[in-house]
Ligand binder design. Structure first.
Ligand SMILES: CC(C)(COP(=O)(O)OP(=O)(O)OC[C@H]1O[C@@H](n2cnc3c(N)ncnc32)[C@H](O)[C@@H]1OP(=O)(O)O)[C@@H](O)C(=O)NCCC(=O)NCCS
Length: 174
């Protein structure tokens, strides 16, 4: 199995598959995470959360190559999904992969009967904020100078799952 992203010629959009990933894909997830983010979780942290049923990771695969992923923590007690990371390989951005991952996470959350999704994002991250807005997230707080490398405010967002949210005016329209 190959997980390299570097020097990869992307397949056509029809070749992509979105699926839930198990621990066997953690090396590929971390490769992508190291490429894209200035800080990262460890493999052990991810593995423990997945084994405990507290984390879901969805990936977009082109054959066996991981092109994008999204990770979320599930709190069944709080009925909440926390979107921790979503990342698309640079050459494949703005082609709907982020949207596909968000849809997969939302569908999983609804299947589990969760009521709310939350996340935080760098205030200057226009692409991510655009994606979250498109899915109906609304700002609900600010953590000043929360991020490092570089220092930046975090904007907190939330989304409430209701029957209407999946309809034509909710994220079902995304
Ligand atoms: C944020 C990110 C995941 C978006 O993924 P993507 O596959 O490029 O997004 P999509 O093509 O699915 O776009 C869906 C919607 O998001 C918004 N969006 C995506 N990129 C955008 C950009 N550069 N500027 C403004 N809005 C953007 C748009 O509303 C877009 O819908 P549209 O194309 O119909 O206008 C991607 O830019 C990325 O990996 N960024 C680096 C990692 C990161 O910052 N992750 C978020 C923090 S955890």
């Amino acid at each position: 199995m190959t997980f390299m992203v570097k020097n990869y010629t992307p397949p056509q959009a029809r070749d992509y598959a979105v699926r839930m990933l198990g621990t066997e894909y953690l090396d590929a997830v971390l490769d992508l995470e190291y490429l894209i983010f200035s800080t990262s979780w460890s493999k052990e942290q991810y593995a423990a959360l997945i084994r405990g049923g507290r984390c879901v990771i969805f990936g977009v695969l082109g054959g066996e190559v991981l092109l994008a992923y999204a990770a979320a923590i599930i709190s069944r007690a709080a009925k909440e999904l926390e979107v921790c990371n979503i990342a698309v390989s640079l050459p494949l951005r703005r082609q709907g992969l982020g949207r596909s991952l968000m849809r997969a996470m939302f569908a999983a959350a609804e299947k589990l009967g969760l009521e709310r999704a939350v996340l935080e994002v760098r205030s200057g991250n226009r692409a991510a904020r655009g994606l979250y807005k498109k899915f109906g997230f609304t700002p609900c707080g600010l953590r000043r100078r929360y991020y490092v490398c570089p220092v930046e405010d975090a904007v907190l967002y939330e989304f409430r799952f209701t029957e209407a949210s999946t309809g034509e005016t909710g994220y079902g329209a995304c």
